[in-house]
Design a protein around this ligand. Sequence first.
Ligand SMILES: Cc1cc2nc3c(=O)[nH]c(=O)nc-3n(C[C@H](O)[C@H](O)[C@H](O)COP(=O)(O)OP(=O)(O)OC[C@H]3O[C@@H](n4cnc5c(N)ncnc54)[C@H](O)[C@@H]3O)c2cc1C
Length: 424
Amino acid sequence: MTDVLIIGGGVAGIEAALKTADNGIHVHLVEREPSIGGRMSQLDKTFPTNDCSMCILSPKMVDVVRHPLITVYTCSEVTDVTGEKGNFIATIRKNPRYIDEDICNGCGDCIEICPVEVYNRYDAGMGIRKAIYKPHPQAVPDIVVKDEEHCIECGLCYDVCGLNAIKKEDTPRVITIHASAIILATGYQVFNPETRPALNYKTHPDVITGIELERLINASGPTKGIIKCPSSGKEPENIAFIQCVGSRNMAIGRPYCSCVCCMAAIKNSILIREKHPETSLTIFYIDIRTYGKGYEEYYNRAISLGVKFIRGLPSEVTIGREGLTIVAENTENGEIITMHPDLVVLSAGMEPSGTTFRMAEMLGIDIDLNGFVAVKNEALDPVATSIPGIYVAGTATAPKDIPDCVAFAGAAALRAVTDARKVS
Ligand SMILES: Cc1cc2nc3c(=O)[nH]c(=O)nc-3n(C[C@H](O)[C@H](O)[C@H](O)COP(=O)(O)OP(=O)(O)OC[C@H]3O[C@@H](n4cnc5c(N)ncnc54)[C@H](O)[C@@H]3O)c2cc1C
């Protein structure tokens, strides 16, 4: 009973899995989506180095599936956990993929022939996918999944698949595993700006979130990396970012800072400005938080590229004859600024995901006042939860950037390895 169970296959879960398995401990990595990778796989570049996000994540994703000591369960969730440190018993439900995972080679012929097009959640609503699909070209495992809800059973995919890998019928499978320790890495969800109707998110197509912008900028995204206003398809000449949407706002029960939004807005404005020096970019903020190594220098680079920073948040985005209008007071000099941007990017913050809450309830671990997983001691024991043998990594415990997720994942892995070694 020396195995370790990791729930969530984002960058934190991936790092924890690799670190644990590299220490000779068998890992069960459970991911509810058809591919591991989490949010990082949706990003274009990462601050402050502008590394291509998938170029640095993808090799790790592949290392995970190839690792002899890691068993990956995609389309899966943990439905029950009993026992205690050293001897947990977990029930995993593997949801139907309608594909024989051992046979499918990911060739994509079935995707090509499928006539059904639906909204692609991976592209944050900015693109489409087929009813039989891969979430994205670098999905791991590199196999397709059939979306039973939208499939019209036209039969074309069965005909084209020379390997007979596509199943007409499929049912959930239940797997029981034993583990000495558990690492919860279920991540975050993005704050939904629809809950602030004055911002007109979803009412006007040119009001988008930071994650949607990441997909637009991405060369493998729905517009092949060309930033287009969703309403007209035209390239925007004037883009405004509104910071702290869903963060640092007591009125909506979100008092905390989401950590990454300042840097993400700076990153994306640098990327746009470098490609399109003529585009006007303005970031409206409460204050700019660039606390990490190289982050302040990155901010200064944006300023030197001509990105405008205005201290003051517009409280609404209005729709009129002149298009979108935002009004804000520059709190540094009292000037009232009125602007008609072609595209408004809401820097929507991180919030605890509903699934993290459900997992915490199932595992019996405490959550904090903001709904993230509580840790035993923020200063000295930041990966231990209230239950011995259960650890937490990444943004399940608080908003974090990728370097912090990776560091905390390593710490959680070390604790889990230590527990596993004690029982072996
Ligand atoms: C617009 C934007 C831009 C950003 N840009 C950067 C950047 O440039 N640099 C940077 O450092 N950070 C950036 N970040 C932050 C970055 O996205 C996070 O730090 C990182 O992705 C968090 O990783 P994670 O593994 O904690 O969570 P996630 O990526 O959310 O992964 C969690 C995984 O757990 C899975 N899961 C959830 N619940 C369950 C369950 N019940 N069972 C099984 N699996 C489950 C999910 O499907 C997911 O795969 C950005 C964030 C945003 C919003």
